[in-house]
Design a protein around this ligand. Structure first.
Ligand code: Y39
Ligand code: FE
Ligand code: FE
Ligand code: FE
Length: 230
């Protein structure tokens, strides 16, 4: 069982582990905070789904509190300056789309791209996490599937009218995800989370989402290859 071996070899209290954790933990905390805000903004763009989107936004703030506890448990101070910069491009693109009322682009960024990133990262983290963080993350990842599902269901129901904007938003934002993964790969490795596994899990979740929405296999292959070499 290679995952158990990796886990057993990790020293959660070493300076090296805690240094890497100060950035990864911050990214997750900042991501959950931004997701909280993004769902509040989406509720304004989609008033007919306001109740559900506010419910999702509250789940995101609970996730944030859970991951803050994970950092405290390891006596790690999250590097929030690093984390805000890490999310800056996706954050700006979401804000720009919001200002233009582009709900499809907002949904692609938050409910597809960011949720799939979270699902990949949390699934890869769970087997190598410390016992406290593992319990928290297991609870969180279930919620993230329901957030992804909200985006899938809405975009599927509005597929014909959304298709061109989805393709453009994918082209704009997917390369940013690969840049973000590259930026965090060394720290993730210290936590025994391998970049190849993160990429693979992201691709599976994102490809399944695009398929559920209505894209063909050929379209999915073209779309998910965008910026992969970045
Ligand atoms: O919807 C959500 O809760 C998403 C905000 C959270 C994103 C978390 C991003 C995790 C990236 C971690 C990278 C670790 C290698
Ligand atoms: Fe979350
Ligand atoms: Fe989420
Ligand atoms: Fe190694």
């Amino acid at each position: 069982m290679p995952q158990l071996e990796a886990s057993a070899a990790l020293d959660f209290h070493s300076e090296k582990y805690k240094d890497a954790y100060s950035r990864i933990n911050a990214i997750v905390i900042e991501g959950e905070q931004e997701a909280h805000e993004n769902y509040i903004q989406l509720a304004k763009l989609l008033p007919e789904h306001e109740e559900e989107l506010i419910r999702l936004s509250k789940m995101e703030s609970r996730h944030k509190k859970g991951f803050e506890a994970c950092g405290r448990n390891l006596q790690v101070t999250p590097d929030m300056v690093f984390a805000r910069q890490f999310f800056a491009k996706l954050h700006q693109n979401f804000q720009d789309a919001l200002a233009e009322g582009k709900v499809v682009t907002c949904l692609l960024i938050q409910s597809l791209v960011i949720e799939c990133f979270a699902i990949a990262a949390y699934n890869i983290y769970i087997p190598v996490a410390d016992p406290f963080a593992r319990k928290i993350t297991e609870g969180v990842v279930k919620d993230e599937y329901s957030h992804l599902n909200f985006g899938e269901v809405w975009l599927k129901a509005n597929f014909a009218a959304s298709k061109a904007e989805l393709e453009a938003a994918n082209r704009q934002n997917l390369p940013i995800v690969w840049q973000m993964l590259n930026q965090v790969a060394d720290d993730a490795h210290v936590l025994a989370m391998e970049k190849e596994a993160l990429v693979e899990d992201f691709m599976i979740a994102y490809g399944e989402a695009l398929s559920n929405i209505g894209f063909t296999t050929g379209e999915i292959m073209r779309m998910s290859a965008y910026g992969l070499a970045a």
